[in-house]
Design a protein around this ligand. Structure first.
Ligand code: BES
Ligand code: ZN
Ligand code: ZN
Length: 508
């Protein structure tokens, strides 16, 4: 198994012209007319290459556009990578995050190990605070450096794609640098956790199954200040968690419920937030088998669970003053002679019964046990993340996750956090009308409600298991993995939602 590359991050009070390393990343705005004092100094060391770049207009500085300069002067760096930031008026934290991602993705391709980054923000907009800037560029750089190549044989003509080993943020003003140190430290914890989630989510079904995922969570928990308890199939049976057991019944790899606990409020038992993540290590659809086209992407059906591991780990590393529980219900959904069947009726942990009409609508079934178990803890909020419905992809495409829930204040808090984290969520309806579609003739609920409003009916179903605890559900079916590369990130698992939930927790 490939080892996680670790990038060390530092903030140095230094002029960019003085940086000595393998690559210096700098930025330009589309409407840059005049260089700042530090960039003028850098320009001098580059024999006016920047002035020339601006004059020729070859480089438009559109967001994520890049060009490389190879200095011949006495600059300390063999490569200067220039990244565009777009127009100053449109500059947002997420543009900075992406620009850093773009720069560090390029750095990895070039095999540049020691990288410096100096932003050019003439008259930086006041709203952008140095601590936040440092956080988001650190997040972007580490996120952009990640590459999934565990199974690619190394040959002499394999492109170089090893992540940078160090990132130095260059800031000549000592007061700004002090604030940036704080932001960079948080950004590093958050991005490392997110990449860890991506690393696990990218693993194929032949490498990871519910018991192995639970073990991975346990290993990570030991390294952080987290308690970890694994409910195996015997314990699940004793607990009457029949929903998780039913979904996992077709596979030789037995289901698990992993419980992670972070106690940041020493001496206080009360739980602030329970975070839940769907972790189907492979979703074939079960006896209601999926079509074979794109079935391979169902290895990502554990993304919510991987996010949950990352969120709990980062919460502990950030030492958040909160008590947080993470629940990872996990099963492999396969067809076999032991599988659960359409027509089966499951008595869930809550006592409510579910008629199975389609074994491919399994996420909501495993979540029913986890949500009811979470509600018993009487937390202030429950947040679940799940690759739940293809219907959410139809509704929102790949650019927003669906946000559902029973509490407007909680939803607003999550929307604000998503704005900051650059992982947008769109509020979606749910409630009694949608729930009607989930009523069964032979049980309390059925697990499918027809095509209309498929993600909304799924959310209405989940809402039946949380009682009156404030709850939000984030449907990440269309955002958890990406076929296409972007300048700022590779293909595969995105761990969408890790930064978002962490920002929400940091704001409590
Ligand atoms: N894991 C899928 C949802 C999914 C679909 C995630 C596409 C990512 C991309 C889920 O378990 C599922 O199969 N849902 C069904 C529900 C239907 C049978 C009611 C779906 O969305 O088609
Ligand atoms: Zn399914
Ligand atoms: Zn699924």
């Amino acid at each position: 198994m490939a080892k996680e590359p670790k990038i060390t991050v530092a903030v140095n009070v230094m002029d960019p012209a003085k940086f000595k390393g393998d690559l210096l990343a700098i930025s330009l705005l589309e409407d840059t007319k005049q260089l700042t004092a530090e960039y003028r100094e850098l320009d001098r060391s580059l024999n006016s290459a920047l002035t020339q770049l601006l004059k020729l207009g070859d480089f438009k500085a559109k967001p994520n556009e890049t060009t490389i300069l190879y200095p011949t002067g006495k600059s300390g760096c063999p490569r200067i990578l220039v990244v565009g930031l777009g127009k100053r008026k449109d500059l947002k934290l997420n543009i900075l995050r992406q620009a850093a991602g773009t720069a560090f993705r390029q750095a990895a391709k070039l095999g540049a190990a020691r990288c410096g980054l100096a932003l050019h923000l003439p008259a930086a907009p006041e709203k952008l605070d140095p601590e936040q800037i440092a956080q988001v560029i650190t997040e972007g750089a580490i996120f952009g450096s990640y590459n999934y190549k565990d199974h690619i044989s190394t040959t002499s003509d394999t492109p170089k794609t090893s992540a940078a080993s160090s990132l130095t943020l260059l800031e000549p003003d000592p007061r700004r640098a002090a604030k940036m140190k704080k932001g960079a430290a948080a950004g590093q914890i958050i991005a490392d956790a997110q990449n860890r989630a991506r690393m696990i989510a990218n693993r194929p079904g032949c490498e990871i199954n519910p018991p192995l995922l639970a073990k991975e969570a346990q290993k990570i928990a030991r390294q952080a200040d987290l308690q970890c308890t694994i409910f195996d199939e015997k314990k699940l049976a004793k607990m009457k968690m029949n929903a998780i057991l039913a979904v996992g019944s077709g596979s030789a790899s037995k289901p698990r419920l992993t419980v992670l606990k972070y106690n940041g409020r020493k001496g206080l038992k009360m739980i602030d937030v329970v975070v839940i993540g769907k972790a189907i290590t492979f979703d074939s659809g079960g006896l209601s088998l999926k079509p074979s086209e794109h079935m391979e992407s169902m290895k990502f059906d554990k993304s919510g669970g991987c996010n949950t591991i990352a969120i709990l780990t980062a919460a502990a590393r950030l030492k958040l003053p909160l008590n947080i529980v993470g629940l990872i219900p996990s099963a492999e959904n396969l067809p076999s002679h032991t599988s659960y069947r359409p027509g089966d009726i499951i008595t869930t942990y809550s006592g409510k019964t579910i008629e199975v009409q389609n074994t491919d609508a399994e996420g909501r079934i495993i979540l029913s046990d986890a949500l009811a178990y979470a509600a018993e803890m009487k937390p202030k909020a429950i947040i679940d993340m799940a690759t739940l419905t293809g219907a959410c992809m139809v509704a929102l495409g790949h650019h927003n996750a669906g946000l559902f829930g029973n509490n407007d204040a909680l939803k607003l808090q999550l929307q604000a956090a998503a704005q900051f984290s650059g992982e947008p969520v769109w509020p979606m309806p749910s409630g009694p009308d949608y729930l009607e579609q989930m009523k069964s003739k032979v049980a309390d609920l059925k697990n499918v409600g027809g095509r209309p409003g498929g993600s909304c009916t799924a959310a209405a179903f989940l809402g039946e298991f949380v009682g009156d605890v404030p709850w939000a559900h984030i449907d990440i079916a269309a955002t958890a993995d990406a076929d296409q590369e972007k300048p700022y990130r590779t293909h595969g698992a995105t761990a969408y939602g890790v930064r978002l939930v962490l920002e929400y927790l940091r704001g409590l």
